[in-house]
Design a protein around this ligand. Sequence first.
Ligand code: UFG
Length: 332
Amino acid sequence: MRAAVLVTGGAGFVGSHACKALAAAGFLPVTYDNLSQGHRWAVRWGPLEIGDIEDRDRLQQVMDRYRPAAVMHFAALIAAGESVAEPAKYYRNNVSRFLVLLDAMRRQKIDQIVFSSTAAVYGTPESTPIDEKHPLAPINPYGMSKLIGERILQDCAAAHGLRSISLRYFNAAGSDPDGEIGESHAPETHLIPIVLEAAAGDRPHVAVFGTDYPTADGTCVRDYVHVTDLASAHVLALARLKSAHGAEAFNLGNGNGFTVREVITAAERVSGTKIAVKQEPRRAGDPPVLVADASRARAELGWQPAYSDLNVQIGNAWRWTQGWSRRQAVGR
Ligand code: UFG
């Protein structure tokens, strides 16, 4: 029998790619998702159990049914900009509801968790690339809610031996190279899918938030990491949890930064279209530069990103978007 892993948010972008990687590694990914952001079509490698992480009874029921040895926790709100306007919503979802999940795990004696964290825990970096020793100083409620999550995991490790690995993603990008699943948020706030929507003619232009940052062309720099590489890191983290103790954190990024304008130029190349741009003021809560030093994940998890090329990431996302748009158009 395959060992079950409970994947909260398994119908979402990174969660669904993690389910695919878990199944390929011999696990049974059990998706627990309320489908508020995720999609039924993205759950393809194991059962879908619809439920909310604040619903103790439902969580308990699903844990009783599958007896997972570990949890991967993706269910969270993720838009840094929105979190500045709606802080309570972020703390409620990413902190209060996370506590309900941890309580349920404890009752069920599940002592292993891989936690989706973020580069946003670092805030505006003092130096780049950023390694895990860099000071933690989030500049938006989203980053703070994830940092509190990490802190809770440390305290639970000390108090009752919970074993955890927090994976601090830089900017998740790309889509499944086999084209089986991909990114679809509503509303979309992330740069690459927005740029590709403009390339496909589904939006008139891309708004560039801030052109006066202290970067090469004045726009923000981000380190884009392929979602399939994020997924493989989760499986490696799960393997490490068998023997690791305490609470650990690893950065996941490629160490290469690209400006917003460079992303647009790459998308123009990949799609063969010209993308209209509109300069807009800075978006609240955006650090100018986020670039990872992920050498710890490479050395200690054995992580080897396979899709670090931005053109490949955008190419996968473009192919997904095109196929997806066609399927939507014909109603399938
Ligand atoms: N941007 C635009 N126009 C848009 C959308 C985004 O100019 O229409 C800019 C943003 O201002 C930012 C960059 O593109 O400078 C990337 O923005 P995203 O919204 O794609 O991603 P973020 O960097 O804000 O956040 C993402 C995840 C977070 C994670 C963070 C870590 O959403 O969960 O990466 O880098 F914390």
